[in-house]
Structures are given as C-alpha cells and as structure tokens.
Design a protein around this ligand. Structure first.
Ligand code: NAD
Length: 262
C-alpha cells in the first residue's frame, strides 16, 4: 500500500483525489491538508468515515503520518513551497497544480536529486489529453502551422493552461520556431492573436460550464486538421493520478508528463 497525503484536499480536484485514493486497494490515504480542517476526509467526499481528519499544517501532517507520496492540487502560488517541504522530508510529490515556471521546476529537480526523492509533474492527468499532445507533436512534423485554443471553467487561476504550454513545448521539439500569420499583421487590440510560445499562438477561453478542453488546429494548403480533447468530468484525471502515486517511488529525479509512466 502506498501511503498518500493529499494537499488541497477540499478543492474540486482534491476531493476527487481523496475519493480515488480511499477507493483504490493499493493506496492508503494517511493525511489530507487544506486551509480549513476538522472534518473526516471520507465524509468530506461522501464516503464512510475513514479516521483521517483534514488538517491545516502540512509540516505537522508529514511529521505525524509519514506519507511516501504527496499529491498536490492547490494553487499556482502555493504548490512550490509544498513541494519543497515534501522533498526536504523525503516525501515524493505528485504535482497536478499548474503554473510552476521553469525556474521552480529546475529548483525542484535539484532538491529532488539532493534528497534522493523523485518528483512527478503532469500538466494533465487525463489519458485522452496525453494522446492529444502526442498526436499534436506527430502532426506538427507534417503541418507546422498550428494554433492552440484551450477552454476552461472560469475559476481557473492561471492562463494559458499547463496543458497548452506543454503542447506548445512538445510541438516545438519537432518544428522550427517561426512567426505565423501575415508578416505585416498588426493587432488592433493587444492580445488578439493570443499568447506566443515559439511562435505558436495560444488562445485561452474562461467560461462557466467548461471543465478542461483543448483544440490544436493545424492548417495546410486547402485543409485543416483539428485534434480536440474534452475532460467532461474531473473523474477523467483520476486513473492518471492514482497511477502516478503507484509508480513515482520507482522514478528518479524530476519526471514531467503522464506519457513517461505509460
Ligand atoms: P480549487 O480552488 O477547487 O482547489 C484548490 C484547493 O487548494 C482549495 O480547497 C484551497 O483551499 C486549497 N489550498 C489553497 N492554499 C492551500 C494551502 N496553502 N495548503 C493547502 N491547501 C490549500 O482548484 P482545482 O480546480 O481543484 O484546481 C487545483 C489545481 O489543479 C489548479 O492549479 C488547476 O489548474 C490544476 N488542475 C490540474 C489538472 C491536471 O490534470 N494536472 C487537472 C485539473 C486541474
């Protein structure tokens, strides 16, 4: 049984993770941490009480329950300090929270090696989204003109999404960076052509009703190709999160992307 602590346990993703960790026979929920505590983690997610109270102090929870893995679905401005604390205590972080910059990732990599404790980050835990990214990288070899539209619920704090950034980075592995559109194109309103990653425009939509969706649109002579993925429910991320909890202890250093575990 892998002993798991969940941070952000009361959040939309955190609650789904708590439920999945309790329900999987190979994982054990030993602690749940959020800003407000006191309730039983099982009851929080509509299950029977499991005897694990949600608490508010991550350091104390780690010291008392000795987890092997910490799953983090908190906030972009919180996840780094949580991961540092976990690594210093030799707890392996499985990070779902998006918004970690390259510098933060480099620091986590160094800390992971220093403490001989792996750290795993997935911008998207849904298998369909991973396939979308792999297919987009493949398509970009043949159709290098591409734009990304990502669509999320309006409670999301970071833009563009981690999935869109990772998709653009993966496409950049197989395509020369170049400016797209007309060379003399002018934005009449700043931002009209989206944010640019190596010349790939990313457009972010935020509306109530969405969960997590993305279209990667390729354009060629007289044709377009659209690869689209929709997470219709947060359940879509759970098999990936549980898989990461089971596999992380066999990894070394910093590993990014669910495809590395498949
Ligand atoms: P949410 O706002 O519903 O939940 C965040 C939770 O974190 C809240 O309960 C909040 O109280 C808690 N929190 C805030 N500060 C904390 C702290 N210091 N310590 C402990 N808990 C703290 O958000 P959400 O929709 O669940 O999303 C969380 C993150 O997960 C976001 O960054 C989102 O982009 C990301 N996400 C990733 C994936 C993926 O597959 N990687 C999928 C969906 C969402």
């Amino acid at each position: 049984m892998v002993k798991v602590l969940v941070t952000g346990a009361c959040g939309r993703m955190g609650q789904a993770v708590v439920k999945s960790i309790i329900n999987d026979p190979e994982t054990e929920l030993v602690a749940a941490v959020d800003l407000k505590g006191g309730m039983d983690a099982g009851e929080l997610v509509g299950l029977k009480p499991v005897g694990v109270k949600v608490t508010t102090d991550l350091a104390a929870a780690i010291a008392e329950t000795k987890p092997e893995v910490m799953v983090d679905f908190t906030r972009p401005d919180v996840v780094f300090q949580n991961a540092v604390l976990a690594l210093k205590n030799k707890v392996a972080p499985v990070i779902g929270t998006t918004g970690l910059g390259d510098d933060a990732k480099a620091e986590l990599k160094a800390l992971s090696e220093e403490n001989d404790t792996p750290v795993f980050i997935a911008p998207n835990f849904a298998i369909g989204a991973v396939l979308m990214m792999l297919m987009a990288r493949q398509a970009a070899k043949y159709m290098p003109e591409v734009e990304i539209i990502e669509l999320h619920h309006d409670r999301k704090l970071d833009a563009p999404s981690g999935t869109a950034l990772e998709t653009a980075n993966m496409i950049s592995e197989v395509r020369e960076a170049h400016k797209q559109g007309h060379p003399e194109e002018k934005e009449k309103i700043a931002g009209a052509r989206g944010a640019q990653v190596n010349g790939i425009p990313i457009h972010s939509v935020r509306l109530p009703g969405y969960v997590a969706h993305q279209e990667v649109i390729f354009g060629g002579l007289g044709q377009t190709l659209t690869i689209r993925h929709d997470s219709l429910d947060r359940e879509s991320f759970m098999p990936g999160v549980v898989l990461a909890c089971k596999k992380i202890l066999g990894l070394k250093g910093l590993v990014i992307g669910l495809d590395k575990l498949m």
